[in-house]
Design a protein around this ligand. Structure first.
Ligand SMILES: Cc1cc2nc3c(=O)[nH]c(=O)nc-3n(C[C@H](O)[C@H](O)[C@H](O)COP(=O)(O)OP(=O)(O)OC[C@H]3O[C@@H](n4cnc5c(N)ncnc54)[C@H](O)[C@@H]3O)c2cc1C
Ligand code: SF4
Length: 338
């Protein structure tokens, strides 16, 4: 066990000041990822700044219909919240598809967004890994990479982002609110996580010492339906091989798509918003053929590694099924239920 110091912050200002004062410090929320990585020797913080007691756990409806979810709101509380279940079922479903009940009771909204990849080489300090040890190489590229990326990867890293919640947030057009020494800013969820490029050690665009303070969900369009689907090795306690979050706003009389948002998980270093598929489907009748063509056009960009081409088939089937299910629900005027 490496020694580290511990500070419990009681305000945002105190937290960022402690982070700036203590070089090599990390924020601690639920600890379900950070503490595991400390035990493995992947993370070696000199100090932990505990932010779990900050008054950031509220889930509140703002005047314009935006739902504000505080960064220390527990995953279980967000999934069970009546407004989340009623207006953003894809988010509730994504949260309930992740981890276990015990973990969801401890895990926070901010920590979930900032959890690290589950690439086994990242977690094995004896293996080369550019994300953990920049410049050391990537053991996964020619190693075991069944679960790795098929979209947006680079020669430096082929890892995927593990969060289910982040995929739903990308499809729901959420914003991430951040607080730092220079004030507050918001970043679209779709731009919060990065592709690896030449800097795989940077998972997100968060600045040094910045704290995630909230997630902001815009009001759902009347009649829009949403859904999260996840394919995994076993029915619980497993990360996504591939997942999909869909929000569909259908004109039931004309049977035309007014608006669709489609995001994939498990395919890339960040939730993958399927802009090409969305563009093809907007204004179209969502027939099985149109959906299949749109999804195929999106996945044509995929560059599978030696052993993970199966993810493309899985993604295609999951997305086509989710879109067909939502089109039926929208046509029948049935809301999605978590
Ligand atoms: C066995 C197991 C199975 C799991 N299965 C799934 C799964 O299927 N799907 C899934 O999505 N997740 C899964 N998880 C991951 C789990 O969801 C995360 O561990 C959890 O969400 C992290 O939240 P936390 O509050 O515990 O974060 P912590 O461990 O406290 O922190 C994680 C990281 O975020 C930083 N951080 C935390 N909060 C903030 C903030 N507000 N601002 C800035 N930085 C912050 C910390 O410094 C740290 O780097 C699983 C975890 C385990 C252990
Ligand atoms: S895929 Fe990324 S996280 Fe995994 S070994 Fe390669 S560099 Fe490290």
């Amino acid at each position: 066990m490496k020694p580290f110091s511990y500070v419990r912050a009681t305000s945002l200002r105190e937290a960022t000041a402690a982070h700036a004062r203590l070089p090599g410090s990390r924020y601690l929320a639920g600890g379900t990822n950070l503490v595991d990585l400390m035990k493995l020797g992947v993370e070696n913080p000199a100090a932990l700044v505990d932010i779990s007691g900050l008054p950031l756990a509220d889930i509140e409806l703002l005047p314009a219909g935006t739902l504000r979810i505080g960064a220390t709101a527990r995953n279980s509380d967000v999934a069970a919240h009546p407004l989340v279940r009623a207006h953003h079922p894809a988010l509730a479903q994504a949260l309930l598809a992740g981890a276990s009940a015990q973990l969801r009771n401890a895990a926070t909204t901010g920590g979930n967004l900032l959890q690290r990849t589950r690439c086994p080489y990242f977690q094995d300090v004896s293996a080369p890994c550019n994300k953990r040890d920049p410049g050391s190489g990537c053991a996964a590229r020619d190693g075991v990479h069944r679960d790795h990326a098929v979209l947006g990867h680079s020669e430096h890293c082929v890892a995927t982002h593990p969060s289910d919640m982040a995929v739903a947030l990308a499809a729901l057009d959420a914003d991430i609110e951040l607080y730092g020494e220079t004030g507050t800013r918001t970043v679209p969820a779709t731009a919060f996580h990065r592709l690896p490029g030449e800097r795989p050690e940077q998972d997100t665009v968060i600045g040094d010492g910045e704290i995630v303070t909230a997630v902001l969900l815009p009001a759902a369009a009347p009649g829009a339906v949403s859904l999260y689907r996840k394919a995994r090795e076993r029915a619980s306690y497993a990360f996504a091989l591939v997942s999909v979050a869909v929000v569909l706003d259908l004109d039931p009389a004309a049977r035309r798509v007014r608006r669709v948002a489609l995001a994939f998980g498990g395919l890339a270093h960040r939730p993958w918003r399927a802009a090409t598929a969305e563009e093809r489907l907007t204004g179209a009748e969502p027939t099985a053929e149109a959906v299949r063509e749109a999804v195929d056009a999106e996945l044509a960009q995929a560059r599978p590694l030696r052993d993970n081409a199966h993810k493309i088939t899985l993604a295609r089937n999951l997305a086509c099924d989710a879109l067909a299910t939502l089109a039926r629900r929208a046509q029948d005027g049935r809301p999605s239920t978590p």
